[in-house]
Design a protein around this ligand. Sequence first.
Ligand code: SF4
Ligand code: MG
Length: 318
Amino acid sequence: QETLLELRDIRKSYTQRRWPAPAETLHAVGGVSLDIQRGETLGVVGESGCGKSTLGQMASLMLQPSAGSIKFKGTALAVDRDGARGPARSQIQYVFQDPYASLNPRFTIGRLLEEPLAIQRKGTREERRRLAEHMLERIGLQASYAKRYPHELSGGQRQRVGIARALMLRPEFLVLDEPVSALDVSVQAQILNLLKELQEELSLTYLFISHDLNVVHYMSDRVAVMYLGRIVEIAEVDALYTKPLHPYTQALVASIPAEPGSVPVAAAVIEGELPDPRHLPQGCAFRSRCLHAHERCGQQPGLVEVSSGRQVACHLWS
Ligand code: SF4
Ligand code: MG
């Protein structure tokens, strides 16, 4: 096992000024440490606004953390405002939820695919064109699609192009941020299976972000559950779904119906309100909704290893 990406106490906070109210600090991600192993898919699941996209953007070097450190293949990365420089920039790529928003509508598909190579001045024009056509076939579209424009493609085809574009620089690590949430359920499985095939063939490592519990189950080797900017539990996928330990994970898993289908986290039946992230309760952030809350929960529980490969942030397990 080789650790590909190492996040240590990564944080992101934003200061909001709404005069005349005093400035408020929003902690989008409040101290996350993760080791992502080469070849695995690490799923990240949580409600919208829990910080999973912010975490993914920091892991893909698109967003500068407020604090913490990131190592890629053992080398520390300095992430500046425009993202990290150097070779890691092409080895780590990000796939957006909405490929339409991320593909310039005035460019042909061919040009969109060639662009990452052109920016890095890799290959001749002819080589870039041939690589783009090869990549189109690889992701299940004909080479002739290079001459089309994004609006001529279906949602599923556009997401295939989004994936192809991320692969043009031959990355080792992809952050997939809700890659199928914008697609019809019938198309979702095709894209998920394509991602699995590509992972196998190209030895890719994935950070797979989703609010859909079944999609995360299907894709992941390990799963991290996020709540209000922190990881509350991380475990092997089967252990997490069959024996969730954190009360929040338990509530999520209990909400999955027996019949297969899409299960957004927001559908989970959890009593109580989600606290305002600008005014998090003292101690455990889940306290306002937890059936097991007790006095000790006024203190922030740390993420501790309770068995091999399994970490939980809850006083019931420490
Ligand atoms: Fe519930 Fe306390 Fe555990 Fe938080 S630390 S999840 S409030 S039991
Ligand atoms: Mg998001």
